[in-house]
Design a protein around this ligand. Sequence first.
Ligand code: OOG
Ligand code: NI
Length: 464
Amino acid sequence: MSHQHFVSPDLIRQGFSRAMSDMYREEVPLYGALMALVTQVNAQVLEQQPAIARHLQHSGELQRLDLERHGAIRVGSAAELATLARLFAVMGMQPVGYYDLTPAGVPVHSTAFRAVHEEALHVSPFRVFTSLLRLELIDNLELRRFAEQVLAQRSIFTPKVLELIEQAHAQGGLDEHDAQRFIQEALETFRWHHHATVTAAQYASLSAQHRLIADVVAFKGPHINHLTPRTLDIDEVQRLMPEHGITPKAVIEGPPRRACPILLRQTSFKALEERVAFTDQDLPQGSHSARFGEIEQRGAALTPKGRALYDRLLNAARDALGDFPSESNAQRYNQLMQAHFDEFPDNHDAMREQGLAYFRYFVSDAGLAARHQPQRPTTLSALLAAGHLRAEPLVYEDFLPVSAAGIFQSNLGDDSQSHYAAHSNRQAFETALGRATLDELQLYAQTQQRSLEQCADSLGLPAL
Ligand code: OOG
Ligand code: NI
């Protein structure tokens, strides 16, 4: 079997991300409206703030911005999760990070499937936040057995995609024809189905246990529940949403607004009520809210030290609020966040010097020109000071557990908060997944290190 005809996994992912967006636009018209709004605000930011445009151009983020989005799904069994991992691997997506949502009253644990190398991310940064239902947290034994039984009977993959996954793994790739077929077949797993797999009464008892359990168990597959574009100004999109018939949640999750954005800020809008036909109904008579909308703004990836500072300030602000952020206390929450985050340096030099964020380094024209001068600077800080190197913060490619919990909750409704005694269980998650999850901090550190090595190489220096 010849290898040169295989399509790069990065291009399969890029094609899949486009196909997913087209499908979702057809399924959820409000998504189209949101995309148009985000495109408009991004164009405005790039026009009015040339410094941001320049920075995005240098870091390569500008070229990927229009393509950039993440989706989210929830699956019901270990077997489903393990096959998904193999499906995503065909597109060069690996499980990064472990997120435990039980402290927030959501009975799932999760990972994010995404590309891991900066060059692959450049082709397509498409990510899928993937949650596994923790059925062991259903305390009603009879209901738990019922859920297990319903899940055991469904197949969320088409026979053809299963065949292509095996073929891709056996051969080491897919040719153009098979790659196109793979994209079409894989898409079926994420499609919304109006026909449920349970009766109206069974749906009601699953939903009474937790709405999320009904969302996973009562349907034929893990419908994509949101597809999130990346905006360059989330406050502006949030402000304009109502003019476009979209009602956002009260608070933006994540860090407060800053001159130098860090990590991830997100906001979502209310789920849509969808018609559902339960198995004891011929026509869709029931309803379920499966899908919602979300936007996000991404900033610098933080080092363990930066992340610890972020977590401390976030917790302090939340403790001072004394309650979950909501519509009634949104203003006070925003003030508290601003006040507490004063302590987090808001310029790239300070963030770099204090080791709070990861950076990528680039050789400037001046650096190249000075390459053969005997007295040129040779240390990292001297090269930066002389303008021979430029540092750009690495963009955060992952998610935040506290933010994700807020997104889950706003989508599920405030009445669905539960308390679980269970502890996080990364090991059980990885056993279900069939492999280990990758440590996102290591990935950022590796990208930073590779860029330093490339710079040293181009400048003819031993190491930096
Ligand atoms: C996932 C919610 C988390 C995010 O962006 O943090 C998420 C879900 O509701 O299934 O997508
Ligand atoms: Ni999301």
